[in-house]
Design a protein around this ligand. Structure first.
Ligand code: TYD
Length: 203
């Protein structure tokens, strides 16, 4: 049993989710919650070391998947679960839906492999709410080009991001109660209003 709640933000690179991370944490703090903001891959010292490798080192797709889950195990055991247990709320920039979207949708790894790792590492644990920032590929592409030097994922072709996007939308369709799709073409003010409404349902 956990006392706090776990919220994740997802979307293709360039959807703009990082912009909204701060809004989510500020909103929750205004409700008097203790909030921990974290990210995947990463969130712990070992996880951040794995992130460096994952974002910059060429590797086999299965290695990539296994390292994502190794980082996730560390993240859950050392940061997420202890924080929730003491009543803090945890907001993570990406979680397991990203593995389904990028490693399954993008790289083509079988869903069953990811599901097996998910069961192993999470033992049924799931986010309480996932905000999926959805944008058409051309919008995401334009936002990515404007950003800093691209990492290994950001250098992928448009077809890769199109598969990632559809894998995310499939997840949302399968789990409409947990995953809320937000149209990331909306203005920041509109999105903040929508995010506030979603967060209200949890408090
Ligand atoms: P991202 O969250 O976009 O960070 P930044 O905004 O600093 O670029 O970068 C993390 C990358 O890792 C992103 O391209 C998606 C990828 N990723 C996966 O492929 N699988 C996963 O399970 C996770 C958590 C991330």
């Amino acid at each position: 049993m956990t006392a706090g709640k776990f919220i994740t933000l997802e979307g293709v690179d360039g959807a703009g989710k990082s912009t909204h991370l701060e809004f989510v944490s500020d909103w929750l703090r205004q409700q008097g919650r203790e909030v921990i903001v974290t990210r995947e891959p990463g969130g712990t010292p070992l996880g951040e070391t794995l992130r460096e490798l994952l974002l910059h080192q060429h590797m086999d797709p299965d290695t990539e998947l296994l390292l994502m889950f190794a980082a996730r195990q560390e993240h859950l055991a050392r940061l997420i679960l202890p924080a929730l247990a003491r009543g803090a709320w945890v907001v993570s920039d990406r979680f397991t839906d990203a593995s389904y979207a990028y490693q399954c949708g993008g790289r083509g790894i079988a869903t069953e492999r990811i599901a097996a790792l998910e069961t192993w590492v999470q033992r049924g644990f799931q986010p309480d709410l996932t905000l999926l920032f959805d944008v058409p590929p051309e919008v995401a592409q334009a936002r990515r080009s404007a950003a800093r030097a691209a990492d290994r994922f950001e250098r992928e072709a448009d077809s890769f991001f199109s598969r990632v996007r559809h894998a995310y939308l499939d997840r949302a369709q399968a789990e409409p109660g947990r995953i809320r799709v937000l149209d990331a073409r909306h203005s920041i003010a509109e999105l903040q209003a929508e995010i506030g409404q979603q967060l209200q349902t949890l408090t």
